[in-house]
Design a binder for this molecule. Structure first.
Ligand SMILES: *Cc1c(COP(=O)(O)O)cnc(C)c1O
Length: 426
């Protein structure tokens, strides 16, 4: 972190300002930020509607943790857990458990902690050593998996991917052992949106478990797809609690759950998978409360906004929105593929388009990105993950507020910017 004590803005102001003046000062600085309507790289929701905004503003002062004072909010929260448990096919609707989180990262950390605890308790009951837990996941996982391993002292066995879409299933299975707390799988990875072969992982892992008398489960990272796959006709195989070894799933409410940041959800297969000793009881507030989260206080607004989105859209609304986003993504894929300049590399399942430049040594994707920025488009460029020569990729996330007219402008700009750069080189 940089120190810049010379800048007077970095010093707690001696005297205050009138609210209007403080507001204006901040707004004028923020005018330099990007435009949320053109943020096509981020998966997170940037625009909701005016009723959602009204609800959020009205409820913004509530601290979710104070269940005693805000019992109705807690009831709605638990109702969302029940609704999402159903959406993800939990086998027993009478024994559900889960929690809201700040996002999928917190949800993944909590889920993996529960797996670690279950592993440890089982080992202790068998009088086996518990000093060397490991977790096995693929090299294209989100950074929050690495964070978990580091923060919670678990050896990461991160298996490199050898091609853009491949899940290194064999290598993953070869890397597990009696100290593996859990195997990770991703339904919709951050780089290309591809979905791991979770059904196959489930059946192979099940054989290995029974052969060795192990009890290794799967955590599915459905940050991106948790609110997409259930609403698509074409499921790419089974991926949720319909598979017996899937014990926990995270989803980002603030991605295709259609809510602003930060809201995520962790759902367990069964209440039984959340060890009781990870739940804390505290008595500082009006009523004693039980918590299983990394932080304590948090705003209630986004939880209520999630319920608003569920209630407003229902299954048919989510289906319609997701279908529309997927269709727009497909239009963009086709236009880009026809142009001769771009190669689309995503698997065309989720409403995201990932592409690279066709071989052209003189144009670099980072330079291309800068020129697009001059047209106000915000598109990320990143290296492909894996143990092959990295390729630069660009991603477009089609969100609810992005329409066909905008898609057409975007494609025109992508093509024009490319052509201009190319002409300039010749
Ligand atoms: C976004 C993302 C995460 C992290 O989610 P946050 O909600 O931003 O914390 C984890 N896994 C995948 C696959 C993601 O795309």
């Amino acid at each position: 972190m940089k120190k810049n004590s010379k800048n007077s803005l970095n010093i707690f102001p001696k005297k205050g300002n009138k609210p209007a003046k403080a507001y204006k000062a901040i707004c004028s600085e923020l005018a330099l930020d990007g435009n949320v309507h053109l943020d096509l790289g981020s998966f997170s929701t940037t625009v909701m509607n005016s009723y959602a905004d009204k609800l959020i503003l009205e409820q913004i002062g509530k601290n979710f943790i104070d269940y005693g004072e805000y019992g109705q909010t807690k009831k709605i929260h638990d109702r969302i857990i029940a609704i999402l448990s159903g959406l993800l096919n939990v086998p027993n609707r009478k024994s559900i458990n889960g929690t809201s989180t700040l996002g999928s990262s917190e949800a993944i950390h909590l889920a993996l902690l529960a797996h670690k605890w279950n592993w440890k308790k089982r080992r202790q009951s068998l009088n086996l050593n518990t000093s060397k837990p490991n977790i096995v996941y693929s090299g294209n996982a989100h950074v929050c998996w690495d964070k978990f391993a580091l923060y919670f002292d678990v050896e990461p066995r991160k298996i490199p991917v050898s091609a853009l879409h491949s899940y290194p299933l064999e290598e993953i299975l070869n890397s597990i052992d009696e100290n593996t707390i859990c195997v990770g799988a991703i339904a919709g990875n951050t780089y290309t949106g591809s979905i791991d072969p979770i059904e196959e992982l489930n059946s192979k892992l099940s054989e290995i478990n029974s052969k060795n008398n192990w009890d290794i489960g799967i955590h599915v990272d459905a940050a991106i797809s948790g609110f997409v796959l259930p609403f698509l006709k074409l499921h790419k195989s089974q991926w949720n609690f319909s598979l017996p070894l899937v014990r926990s799933i995270n989803l980002s409410g603030h991605k295709f759950g259609l809510v602003y940041p930060g809201i995520g959800w962790l759902i367990f297969r069964d209440a039984f998978f959340l060890p009781k000793d990870l739940i804390f009881s505290s008595h500082y507030l009006e009523k004693p409360i039980e918590t299983f989260t990394l932080n304590y206080s948090k705003g209630a607004s986004m939880i209520l906004a999630q319920y608003f989105s569920i209630l407003q859209h229902g299954i048919s609304g989510y289906k319609k929105i997701i279908k529309n986003c997927c269709q727009i993504a497909q239009i963009i894929r086709e236009k880009l593929s026809q142009s001769d300049y771009f190669e689309v590399v995503d698997e065309a399942i989720l409403p995201i388009v990932v592409f690279k430049l066709k071989l052209n040594n003189s144009i670099d994707l980072n330079e291309f990105q800068l020129h697009l920025k001059a047209r106000n488009w915000m598109l990320p460029v990143y290296d492909s993950p894996g143990n092959f020569e990295p390729e630069k990729l660009m991603r477009i996330v089609i969100k609810e507020n992005f329409n066909r007219a905008m898609a057409s402008h975007l494609c025109d700009d992508l093509i024009n910017v490319y052509q201009n750069l190319n002409n300039y080189r010749l």
